[in-house]
Design a protein around this ligand. Sequence first.
Ligand SMILES: [Ca+2]
Length: 327
Amino acid sequence: MLCLELTRKAGGQGKMAGARQQGSAFACLLLLALGGCAPPPAADAGECLAEAPTPRWIPAGAGVMGSDEAYTEERPARPVASGGFFIDAREVTNDDFARFVTATGYVTDAERTQPGFGVPGAAVFTYPTPANPSWWRFAEGASWRQPEGPGSDLTGQGSLPVVQVSQRDAQAYAAWAGGRLPTETEWEFAARAGSTTRYVWGPTLAPDGVLRANTWQGPFPVSNTGEDGFLSRAPGGCFPPNAFELYDMIGNVWEWTMTPYDGQRGDGAGEVRYTIKGGSYLCAENYCHRFRASARQAQEAGLPTNHIGFRVVYDESPRSSEEENKG
Ligand SMILES: [Ca+2]
């Protein structure tokens, strides 16, 4: 699919999250019809949560995971037991990640030579044009410090979710913070917060006409109206929390889990793909309708992008931010 492929310089294919979905032909036709559009402006860098909320306790209990009424990979709906852990109330932010890097000197995968590309960098969403219909490109120099590549930075974006982090990077941060990444079951249990409706907030996408998560409005990938207030990533907590008081479980950025997709654990023949959850600001009704708790997608562990972040779970009561700052 011409519109979808991210081709590595040295051969092979790095298929992006969202690159195997339906609707691509429709999107390409729209692209030809509309002739593409300008890049989005930077996200509103306003503070939506004045302070980082403390991690929330998710009580042990029973629930449902998966869905029989959505994409095939979400089936079947089945009973699960989960809970009994703490989880970050919002996605890990750029400021959070900066503290980690300052304390440890950690170098992310995007800042290292990328397999298949021969240079450091990461994948960046780009509005397609007739001359370049792909909406993902490998941007040399893109990293968490420069999420959209050279020329971008984190000015005013301290409270936005960190992106351009691989699953290994996310695991390293989580370990430093005294936790780990959630399993897919834990993530979905926390996101649903006991809900059984199509969306975690109810049966409709926009109850009373109000959008409840940072997604994409308009025909992806050519036109984003930003009706929800954000054309790109939003600061943490700009939308109402779920019943567990967790913010942005749906939308904003996809979130890494520690669960290999469909049990794939790697046999040396290829990179392990892990399950990401929650959808992102790039998910639209016409494409990647994955702003639901049961939605899931595979992502190559070592391929950072600017629409995937993460949050941390803790098996024991996490350290306070004050304690963390003391190292
Ligand atoms: Ca949006």
